[in-house]
Design a protein around this ligand. Sequence first.
Ligand SMILES: [Zn+2]
Length: 266
Amino acid sequence: MDDPQISPDLILANLSWPEVRDILDQVDLVLLPVGSNEQHGPNLALSMDIVGAFEFCRHVSRRLYPRVLVAPPMPWGVSFHHMNFPGTITLASDTFTQVLVEVVASLRAHGFQRFMIVNGHGGNINAMATACARIHEEIDVAFIGAATYFSFADREINEQFGITGQIGHACEMEVSTALYFAPHIVKTNALAAGDMTDLTFGFRKQMARYGVTVPFRFDEYTRNGALGDARNASLAYGTALMESAIANFVEFVDEIITVSPLEGEL
Ligand SMILES: [Zn+2]
């Protein structure tokens, strides 16, 4: 859990410009949190994917202070497939990509050289990969990468906690993650299992088997916008997942730095 005694975090938006100038030489990597403002069934507030990505980055920044700087989280993502649920906001993929390219160009102009996009929303993955490729080709950075933070968790934790089935959105995994990072966004008295349609158990199973992509909207396979069963969420599961993910990411930062030496460090 969060212990303010451990060390401070390094959040760009909290700094003045002289402070940014003075920490430039200490920062090895800039994290760019991205997520989405989108429905998470009755189980979580719309902010989940942004709050999760930002809090993940903040924890990493604390572990490595003052080497990792956290840029402001992008407030919107690519969420057209959730638009049939009230409150969801979506950017076009091209807009999302363009914003990332321009944010990195701005920070590169100030002297930062390594960047990692840290994502909290599956719908962003394609646009994020396009942004990475463009940044690599168009901007002179020492490193650009992108990942979804859940992917850094140790796989065997799901088995240890008996988590199986269709999870990945507003489910026991995501609600447990929120219990760890931001319990105030969990709608404790409204937690419900996914209300799945026949499509989930038929055609979508075949899609997974053959790796077929079809841009279904979320309400076509879950009536309440959730997957899995959020009633099985627990702080213990969220803590195990996220502490493994944070520890793995912290180690991975050193690997990023090793593969991308800066001029003068060769
Ligand atoms: Zn989410």
